[in-house]
Write a protein that binds this ligand. Structure first.
Ligand code: NAP
Ligand code: GDD
Length: 332
């Protein structure tokens, strides 16, 4: 029987932390499409921030909780009894991790232990996915980076993700949990947060094209990243939890591009010349930089049957078009 046929025959429940984020919203859509009951953990805030899930909100079960509060995690697991937990919530912006290093450690590192312990106590048969990151490779020890490449994180965020990664491996080995870690390289989409560089550029291009601003300030144009499309990457998360044996997988495009190339493509998608508009702001440089990321997804391709569908130029074009459309609709 195929994997999707198995899912159809036996409805399953999944808990997603970080459901209001980019990946959480796409994963929720994907799992709903597979027939899952999806529980999304949401934290309290003074204003509702459900934009990314508004279109599917009536099909989700929203459960109040916070990664910093273990009792809330235990209560959610007890009440909803998920078969799978996707731990996507994190303080995910690298730059902020220097100004809020302790919060980043609490949320992005220690909270992984909180969730794993909650699973161990409530139901150790729950399958667990940890959102690990290519940022763990940092000052890269090998090119391209694969599952066996040693980590050398370069930010408090990267350090926190290394902790989250190893505690996932440790709970798998200590308690026999079905816990897997996806080492995902950068992935964006029109739902990407405005602070990340590919969205900062697509949004900036759209604003310049529509006459709302003339300049776009950026930091290090030489940084190179392996960018993919978020909906392609959430499929890999699900595939990992369908395997008989839990493990760790690199998910990447296998190509690298500089921020400069990103600018060239994005501005030309709107018939603009990036050199007329981009200015460098030293304040956007990082105390320690990750210069080059490029992943080798061979294992995910071979063992999971994972394949990406959207390449880098298509992603950039899609993001610029989406930002143009969004701004036009806001202006009309
Ligand atoms: P994102 O858009 O920044 O979303 C982060 C999510 O975490 C939001 O839903 C946020 O909730 C939630 N969150 C933060 N602190 C929380 C807390 N204390 N309790 C509960 N929820 C909390 O991130 P993303 O791009 O979707 O990334 C998903 C995960 O993959 C993250 O762990 C990220 O570090 C990792 N990752 C991302 C990439 C990438 O390129 N996108 C690559 C590798 C790894 P609010 O909406 O309430 O703020
Ligand atoms: N954000 C941002 N803003 N980055 C800029 C800018 C700018 O104005 N100008 C240049 N950059 C450079 C950064 O210095 C970095 O080298 C690169 O663009 C990418 O920065 P981000 O888009 O902020 O992403 P990131 O690579 O630091 O982190 C993202 O990918 C990780 C996986 O490698 C995040 O999604 C992390 O959560 C994720 O783990």
């Amino acid at each position: 029987m195929s994997q999707s046929a198995t899912v159809m025959a036996m409805p399953r429940r999944a808990l997603i932390t970080g459901v209001t984020g980019q990946d959480g919203s796409y994963l929720a859509e994907y799992l709903l499409g597979l027939g899952y009951e999806v529980i999304g953990m949401v934290r309290r805030s003074s204003t509702v921030n459900f934009e990314r899930i508004a279109h599917i909100q009536d099909r989700l079960v929203l459960a109040p909780g916070d990664l910093l509060d273990e009792a809330s995690l235990i209560a959610i697991l007890r009440e909803h009894r998920p078969h799978e937990v996707y731990n996507l919530a994190a303080q995910s912006f690298v730059q902020t991790s220097w100004s809020q290093p302790v919060l980043t450690g609490e949320t992005t590192a220690l909270s992984v232990t909180r969730m794993l312990d909650a699973i161990r106590m409530v139901d150790p048969t729950i399958r667990f996915y940890q959102a690990s990151s290519s940022e763990m490779f940092g000052k890269v020890q090998e090119v391209p980076q694969r599952e066996s490449t040693p980590f050398y994180p370069r930010s408090p965020y990267g350090v926190a993700k290394v902790y989250g990664h190893w505690i996932t491996v440790n709970y798998r080995e200590s308690y026999g949990l079905h816990a897997s870690s996806g080492i995902l390289f950068n992935h964006g989409s029109p739902r990407r947060g405005l602070e990340f560089v590919e969205r900062r550029v697509s949004n900036g291009v759209a604003r310049i094209k529509l006459g709302l601003q003339d300049k776009l300030s950026l930091g290090n144009l030489d940084a190179q990243r392996d960018w993919g499309y978020a909906p392609d990457y959430v499929r890999a998360m699900w595939l990992m939890l369908q395997q008989d044996t839990p493990s760790d997988y690199v998910v990447a495009s296998g190509e690298t591009h500089s921020v400069r190339e990103l600018c060239e493509l994005a501005f030309s998608a709107a018939d603009l010349d990036w050199e007329d508009h981009v200015v460098i702001d030293e304040r956007l440089m990082r105390p320690a930089e990750v210069d080059l990321l490029v992943g080798d997804p061979t294992r995910a391709v071979k063992e999971l049957g994972w394949k990406r569908e959207v390449d880098f130029p298509t992603l950039v074009q899609m993001m610029v078009e989406a930002d143009l459309e969004l701004l036009r609709s806001q202006m009309s």
